[in-house]
Design a protein around this ligand. Structure first.
Ligand SMILES: *Cc1c(COP(=O)(O)O)cnc(C)c1O
Length: 403
């Protein structure tokens, strides 16, 4: 096992951190502990989440599992954090965070460009519990300062934001939130710990959908929260054990296997994405391309400061989005017309702005103007995979050609 105090590089840590050879068989690859319960040798062991101490043995799967634990240690290590807690999905992780941290009368500031599922959860479910939710443009620090109240417990950011790739300056927002006594959570799904480590920039909690870059192969759903040791232990107790949205050991194992190659995958995702972004920028049918690695991204300077690689997500626009989307669905040979992202396979999907606003975001007129100014109207979200970049460009050209 890696010496905790030694300075290892990201690739070494992605492969080895958290993993231990099986103590009985000495198998080099981690074992999958597909067991719901554990044989207890000390008959004084207690059956309550409230009795869960730091060094508690494994008792029941919802309390903890050796395979899931290894994944949590690996993720915490890559994020430069003390601890991580895994959940059944990214949405289960966000739900756990909200229900654990917020109570009736509390105020939540949510980025106005948060993931649609989180925006819907915050708008539809949290107010039923008496929690006040306010969408705020977190690139506008004055707006954030004005929105913060004594009851604001949490500021929830997402960078780069799904799907429009707007960035949040984590260090600046953390400073403002902390000065007002609020914590900052950052959904870093689009970045992965290889591009951005929010804890090191002042965030209190990092949210991940493991379903995306971390597992990386489109075959395992999962989520995680990352942060300081004691808050994460309390989260396990309250949200993991009582709300029960835990990760399966098999999905933890698949995700760990994916994470071993995360640094090299992220480098290739980014190289391919830049290649495809430049191709699209010069394509006669494409009117706009947004990629943090392009000089034309409105926040390219922040991207250079905050992201070590620019990840593999980009958006683009064409004149007739709806018809082009259907041509993509019919004609693409390599890229799958599908939702989700961060997989080795490239994925593209068309997101009409009006529908997203009506179903998910519910922004006011002024916020919607800012949204459209940044993202335009009707965007293709492209998750650039690990195929040959030239093949991806040829595939896109095939779909764009006769429009
Ligand atoms: C997919 C996604 C989520 C939700 O994760 P699931 O694993 O699908 O529940 C949250 N945030 C972002 C940015 C995402 O892309």
């Amino acid at each position: 096992m890696l010496n905790k105090n030694a300075k290892y590089g990201a690739q070494t840590r992605a492969i080895h951190a958290g993993e231990t050879p099986d103590p009985i068989t000495h198998a080099s690859a981690p074992s999958i502990a597909m067991s719901t319960t554990y044989v207890v040798s000390d008959a004084s062991a207690q059956f309550s989440a409230n009795a869960l101490g730091e060094e508690a043995p494994f008792v029941y799967c919802r309390w903890g599992n050796p395979t899931v634990r290894q994944l949590e240690l690996k993720l915490a290590d890559l994020e430069g954090a003390e601890a991580a807690v895994a959940f059944a999905s990214g949405m289960a992780a966000s739900t756990a965070l909200f229900l654990h941290r917020l109570k009736a009368g509390d105020h939540l500031i949510l980025s106005d460009v948060a993931y649609a599922g989180v925006a819907e959860l915050a708008r539809q479910t949290l107010p039923k519990l008496g929690i006040e939710v306010e969408p705020v443009d977190l690139t506008n620090l004055e707006a954030l300062k004005n929105a913060l109240r004594p009851t604001t417990k949490l500021v929830y950011a997402e960078t780069p934001a799904n799907p429009i790739l707007k960035l949040t300056d984590i260090r600046a927002v953390a400073e403002v939130a902390h000065a007002a006594g609020a914590e900052l959570a950052v959904d870093s799904t689009f970045a992965s710990p290889i591009a951005t480590r929010p804890i090191e920039l002042g965030a209190d909690v990092v949210v991940h959908s493991l379903t995306k870059y971390l597992s990386g192969h489109g075959d395992a759903v999962g989520g995680a929260l990352v942060g300081r040791a004691e808050p994460m232990r309390l989260l396990t107790q309250d949200a993991g054990i009582h709300l029960g949205g835990i990760l399966s050991p098999f999905n933890a194992w698949l995700t760990m296997r994916g994470m071993a190659t995360l640094p090299i995958r992220m480098r290739t995702h980014a190289e391919n994405a830049l290649h495809v972004a430049r191709f699209l920028e010069h394509h006669p049918r494409v009117t706009r391309v947004i990629y943090p690695g392009l000089e034309s991204h409105p926040q390219h300077e922040l991207a250079r400061r905050q992201m070590q690689v620019f990840s593999g997500m980009l958006t683009f626009q064409v004149g007739n989005g709806r018809a082009t989307a259907q041509r993509f669905a019919d004609q693409l040979e390599v890229i799958h017309y599908a939702v989700s992202l961060g997989h080795h396979r490239s994925l593209v999907f068309y997101l009409p702005t009006d529908e997203m606003q009506k179903n998910s975001f519910h922004l006011d007129e002024a916020q919607m103007r800012v949204y459209r100014e940044f993202a335009g109207d009707g965007i293709f979200r492209l998750s650039v995979g690990l195929e040959d970049a030239e093949d991806l460009c040829a595939d896109l050209d095939r779909g764009l050609r006769d429009g």
